[in-house]
Design a protein around this ligand. Structure first.
Ligand code: ADP
Ligand code: MG
Length: 259
């Protein structure tokens, strides 16, 4: 594998909401095996950028490339099968399903199978169900959530829900994972655990990550490269040390209006 293989890139990416230019000509690249941070003040356009990459919002202009393919405008479910997963700033669990069921439903279905072929291939379907169940169990164990396997996801703590979000990415053969504020509302102990899991998924399973996060300790620990957005534009990119000491970044966070 080439050292600098680019798995995800966005170029000239913009999004207008009526008269509001939420994202304005954003360019950045994510290398295979990297953990890239996407930071910036509230309203900078970080989540909107993720929404466009993940196929939830069509860009107004610009292009998105995943694993060498132009994926601009492709739907979330199509991208899911190409190994792109995202988690949400506010956890998206199915509150009335158990933790185990939440993971099981995140597993990809076998493509091209209609109800009749499923009917005639009942044995195959049962085998797949057993595999999914096993994978969901293993994933809960990895997350340290085995004790709440049968608990309704709606009853989990904020931190446990965040872990379940990460677990969903493990039910697919994820190649590129976008995490939107994995640390939001998570207590410091669990926060360290979330960071450890991200490292482990990166090192042991080869996941590439792009992470939006306000906790700068987490970003500094995990990310080689950090991209700073402000008012819809890339202000700078560099290492966390470079970012931390950059006057433009300090101004963007602490100058201007208090948000
Ligand atoms: N669906 C939407 N409709 C209208 N405005 C939106 C929508 N989503 C986000 N915005 C606006 O776009 C800007 C960027 O938002 P967002 O991407 O959520 O920022 P961040 O994640 O960096 O805090 C904000 O001004 C926000 O209010
Ligand atoms: Mg956001």
């Amino acid at each position: 594998m080439a050292v600098s293989e680019i798995v995800l890139s966005v170029s000239g990416l913009s999004k207008n909401f009526g008269g509001l230019q939420a994202v304005r000509g954003v360019d950045f690249e994510v290398e295979a095996g990297a953990i890239v941070g996407l930071i910036g003040p509230n309203g900078a356009g970080k989540t909107t950028t993720f929404n466009m990459i993940a196929g939830e919002l069509p860009p107004t202009t610009g292009a998105i490339n995943l694993l060498g393919e132009d994926i601009t405008g492709q739907r979330t479910d199509v991208l899911y099968h190409k190994g792109l997963m995202r988690t949400f700033q506010l956890s998206h669990e199915y509150a009335r399903m158990t933790s185990l069921e939440n993971l099981a439903v995140a597993a990809p279905t076998q493509t091209g199978e209609n109800i009749w072929s499923s009917w005639f291939a009942a044995g195959k379907v049962r085998k797949r169900e057993a595999e999914v169940h096993e994978l969901a169990r293993e994933t809960l164990e990895f997350l340290g959530l085995t004790h709440v396997a049968d608990e309704l996801a709606g009853n989990l703590s904020g931190g446990q829900k965040k872990l379940l979000e990460i677990g969903r990415t493990m039910m697919n053969d994820s190649k590129v994972v976008l995490l939107d504020e994995p640390g939001a509302g998570v207590n410091p102990t669990l926060m360290r655990k979330v960071a450890e899991m991200i490292e482990q998924l990166n090192e042991e399973r080869g996941y590439t990550f792009c992470i939006i996060e306000h906790d700068m300790d987490m970003i500094a620990r995990l990310c080689g490269k950090v991209v700073v957005l402000a008012e819809g534009q890339v202000l700078m990119e560099g290492t966390m040390d470079e970012v931390r000491n950059d006057k433009r970044v300090i101004d963007a966070y602490f100058g201007g209006e208090v948000v």
